[in-house]
Ligand binder design. Structure first.
Ligand code: AMP
Ligand code: MG
Length: 414
């Protein structure tokens, strides 16, 4: 681990893929967890593999409203209806030769029965029932354990629990489970030019937008946020904010002050008082990204440009924070579509342009550029619904070429 003293603007920057791999390998997930009621587990990370002690469904049951019968009785019609089985009210007898039972969806298949015929496929004369046509063996029977088998591991540790997962867990009867404690992430913006929302601007000043996009992305990642505000470009003050962040959180995310300008103090602060892992990635937007440790916390120093903040957060910080939180990694969901727009590109860095998916003439997806791709044009992120991911080595793209896109992640609903 011997990082360069200054960012290397040419040639030997890490690829994003190498940086993610390096980080995810270096980060040890937090160990804390607690027990919560099932509903409170929505959107939380499972701290242990979940096994089911029971099979779901527990019994063979009917998939339709109809009649349970013995397949061996084929040809011996009509059958005699001898009783009823409804969901929650099983038929307690055993079917004899020539007998059938009226059965409702979800009712346990009576002993002796091995097929169910839909009520729409019978002719009826009082209790005399004639299936037309005769059903195949096993017809309309949902087998015990066809959803979950007793003893199965149903969900792996590290999974962020979805609505479907809650339902699956409920189907096994489980009321409580262990989830990871929430990750705590401190964040602040840096820059003498920054003013808060609601404050008037002096000459050359701008409103601090990164604190809001970062707040949104961190919250949607399911972490607990600690907003340390807007910090001036002063080494002492910055060091104080880093110390506070490290004391109160598992990770610190900052924006601005990580490039090679005279007011970019964070990399040297980290080099002197912490541990610097790397400070530059061959991606666009977002080359200067400073990553390391400060006291007991992981430190992620993002560039100041608002689009760079969102892009590096999505591509690098998200997998890192997921790892730290104990969440299993997921592959980026990328797909190949035709671009309707030509795309400017110079070889050198992997590019994350902002695009919008649209429906093509044959109903297939295509992508259009949202236009101005400057790293300060935050509106491009707001208008986009995907990144257009262009490999480092490629040059300009013509309209009609196939490109890779990565739809923006759906926000967490929790
Ligand atoms: P820096 O990386 O600190 O040199 O900042 C790069 C650019 O991003 C400059 O134009 C800054 O004014 C701008 N910038 C930095 N921080 C923020 C912020 N929190 N909100 C909006 N723009 C910012
Ligand atoms: Mg700055």
């Amino acid at each position: 681990m011997t990082p360069p003293a200054h960012g290397n603007p040419h040639g030997s920057d890490r690829s994003l893929g190498a940086a993610v791999h390096e980080l995810v390998t270096a980060i040890e997930p937090i160990s804390g967890y607690h027990r919560v009621a099932l509903r409170a587990a929505l959107g939380r990370i499972l701290a242990e593999p979940l096994r089911t002690a029971v099979s779901v469904p527990a019994h063979d049951n009917s998939a339709v409203d109809g009649y349970a019968l013995r397949h061996a009785d084929a040809g011996h019609v009509p059958l005699q209806r001898v009783g009823t089985a409804a969901a929650g009210h099983p038929y307690t007898g055993t079917l004899g030769a020539g007998e059938c039972v009226r059965i409702m969806t979800g009712a346990v298949v009576p002993a002796g029965a091995d097929a169910v015929v839909m009520q729409e496929r019978v002719s009826r004369d009082g209790d005399a029932i004639t299936p037309e046509p005769w059903p195949p063996a096993g017809n309309n029977i949902r087998r015990a354990g066809e959803d979950l088998q007793a003893g199965d591991c149903i969900l792996e540790a590290g999974r962020r629990l979805t609505a479907a997962d809650l339902g699956v867990i409920a189907s096994t009867g489980r009321a409580e489970l262990n989830v990871k404690r929430p990750l705590r992430v401190a964040f602040f913006s840096t820059g003498d030019e920054l003013r808060g929302v609601g404050e008037p601007l002096g000459p050359g000043e701008i409103h601090d937008s990164n604190r809001y996009s970062l707040y949104g992305m961190l919250t949607q990642l399911g972490v607990e946020v600690l907003d340390l505000g807007t910090i001036r470009d002063d080494p002492e003050t910055l060091a104080g904010a880093l110390r506070q962040g490290a004391r109160d959180a598992d990770a610190i995310v900052t924006s601005g002050g990580v490039s090679v300008g005279d007011t970019d103090h964070l990399p040297s602060l980290l080099g002197e008082h912490g541990e610097l892992l790397f400070r530059s990635i061959a991606m666009k937007p977002g080359r200067p990204v400073t990553v390391g440790r400060f006291d007991s916390a992981w430190y992620f120093g993002l560039p100041g440009n608002p689009v760079s903040v969102m892009t590096t957060f999505s591509q690098l910080i998200t997998p890192a924070l997921r790892r730290l939180a104990g969440e299993a990694q997921r592959p980026a969901r990328r797909m190949r579509v035709t671009t309707r727009s030509p795309l400017g590109k110079t070889p050198g860095r992997q590019d994350f342009q902002r695009g919008r998916l649209v429906e093509g003439p044959d109903g297939e997806l295509e992508v259009v550029s949202v236009g101005h791709q400057g790293s300060g044009v935050l509106r491009s992120m707001s208008e986009a619904d995907c990144f257009i991911v262009l490999p480092a080595e490629r040059g300009p793209v013509e309209a009609g070429e196939i490109v890779e896109v990565e739809p923006f992640a759906a926000p967490l609903i929790a």
